[in-house]
Design a protein around this ligand. Structure first.
Ligand code: XMP
Length: 499
């Protein structure tokens, strides 16, 4: 019950209202460990998730972020089938064992092979063309450079079975990789037995090389990249079944208000039907909300109501909790259930503050929407500046594409946009190039913070951090540069300079 004599509860602080207190340190920032755990079974090498938004995360973003050690959450403004295909793209991208590889049959031509040759260094050939058919040969990319590929049949150019590097299903990934190295060939093909010779999976040299290039990659136990996907309460059953079939690593119940009967029922349903699936639920911003989601069975909780760069919930509905306070209050009531701080990250320093407040990781939208890997449209202005679109999932455009139920709204009829009450805007952000460089800067800022606070890892950082309230406008002004920028800095946007 509300206490009518005390309607004003607590203080609301944002990331801009606090600063980490500097402490004695003998820590070299380049040596700190930023690894974190976001559920019982999922560890990330960098504490960052990309937002489940249709201008932020599809498979391209999820792959790029997982390679850097984070985790992408595929948005749900697409059919369940398309979303499952996006998940499969990620799981296939860099595999230990590639199960169900793309294959062709003997009767196909080199022209058919060319269609898929850009992506794969070799195409296994099976008697019937199916992924688990009888293996009869391998067509490699050097085999199909002809002017008239339609005229040439694969069977005349492929390496025959007897000359392939073969092993058997059940071999460990380490042993398969050893064979790959010893053989000096591009691929080891695994079959079920010598009699049937059914193709079971394969191991690729390219993947082995990628393992050296991306030592931080976030992978499952089969060495496939990890990926999460958003589900909503209204289309839960078909969507989650397809995503689980596609081997998604975590389902994220993605709503604007997580402390609702709908979401609590959803968590229970998922946990009853798929006890092995990790369920991240949200969003909440209060200890009561956290407790509700934990009691329902959530493995991790997403915190943030209204801090996002494109959000208007706080001004349209007048609802929300400033993000630093929300994260801190929620962490304190979550026990050992991880809290993900979702939204409001403007600079790397905000990541350090969120983690220092106790979040296991942050979720990022606006800072990633301008990267090459984000799916948003690109715009070039008259003065030749390049932008990419970034819109809230509660904007009219996004809600018309499917996310209306995230905001408890329904879309029907042709005049539907007049009936929707948006809680987000449609905007754009400067294009900023590859995600990799950007993650490097964001994590670089976190490392520096850990150095300033004398913490070698996230756990120590969270134990040690003390904050100073800096709620005067002049403190914030003092924090930002106060001379005109003449050169672009990789971690401070030109547009933020107030001079
Ligand atoms: P940033 O600040 O990283 O925030 O851009 C991304 C997060 O914002 C949330 N989100 C919304 N919140 N209206 C809202 O109130 C919206 O239209 C909207 N779209 C996304 C979401 O939690 C995301 O991760």
């Amino acid at each position: 019950m509300a206490d009518h004599n005390n309607k004003f509860k607590g203080v609301g602080l944002t990331y801009d209202d606090i600063l980490l207190k500097v402490q004695y340190s003998d820590i070299d920032p380049s040596k700190v460990n930023v690894e974190t755990r976001i559920t019982k079974n999922i560890r990330l090498k960098v504490p960052i998730l990309s937002a489940a938004m249709d201008t932020v995360t599809e498979s391209k973003m999820a792959i790029a972020l997982a390679l850097e050690g984070g985790l992408g959450v595929i948005h749900r403004n697409m059919s369940p089938q398309q979303q499952a295909a996006e998940v499969r793209n990620v799981k296939r991208f860099e595999s230990g064992f590639v199960e169900n590889p793309l294959t062709l049959s003997l009767s196909k031509t080199l022209a058919d092979a060319r269609v898929i040759n850009k992506k794969y260094s070799g195409i296994p050939i099976t008697d019937d063309g199916s992924a688990n058919g009888k293996l009869v040969g391998l067509l490699t990319s050097k085999d199909y450079y002809f002017d008239d590929p339609d005229e040439h049949l694969i069977k005349d150019y492929m390496t025959p079975f007897k000359d392939l590097v073969i092993d058997y299903e059940g071999i460990t990934l380490d042993d398969a990789n050893k064979r790959l190295k010893e053989s000096k060939k591009g691929m080891v093909l695994l079959i079920n037995n010598d009699t049937e010779q059914r193709l079971m999976s394969l191991v690729c040299r390219k993947d082995l090389e990628k393992n050296y290039l991306y030592p931080n990659a976030c992978k499952d136990k089969n060495k496939r990249l990890r990926v999460a996907a958003a589900v909503g309460p209204s289309d839960l059953e078909v969507r989650s079944a397809l995503l689980i079939q596609a081997k998604v690593d975590a389902l994220v119940i993605d709503t604007a208000h997580g402390y609702t009967k709908n979401v609590l029922d959803c968590i229970k349903l998922l946990k009853d039907n798929y006890p092995d699936t990790e369920v991240i639920a949200g969003n909440v911003a209060t200890p009561e909300g956290v407790k509700g989601l934990i009691d329902a069975g959530a493995d991790a909780i997403k915190v943030g109501i209204g801090p996002g760069a494109i959000c208007t919930t706080r001004v349209i509905a007048g609802v929300g909790v400033p993000q630093a306070t929300a994260v801190f209050d929620c962490v304190r009531s979550a026990g050992d259930v991880p809290i993900i701080a979702d939204g409001g990250i403007k600079y790397s320093g905000d990541i350090a503050k969120a983690i220092g407040l106790g979040a296991c990781a942050v979720m990022i939208g606006s800072l990633f929407a301008g990267t090459d890997e984000a799916p948003g449209e690109t715009y070039i202005t008259e003065d030749h500046r390049v932008f990419k679109s970034y819109r809230g999932m509660g904007s009219i455009g996004a809600m018309q594409s499917g996310s209306a139920d995230r905001y408890f709204q329904k879309v029907s009829g042709s005049k539907m946009s007049q009936k929707l009450v948006p809680e987000g805007i449609e905007g754009m952000v400067p294009a900023i190039g590859p995600l990799k460089d950007h993650v490097y800067q964001l994590i670089g800022g976190l490392r520096q913070a850990m150095g300033y606070c004398g913490a070698i890892n996230i756990k120590k950082f969270q134990e040690k951090t003390v904050f100073i309230r800096s709620t005067t406008g002049s403190a914030l002004k003092e924090s930002h540069p106060r001379v005109p920028l003449v050169k672009r800095a990789p971690n401070y946007p030109m547009d933020d300079n107030q001079i």
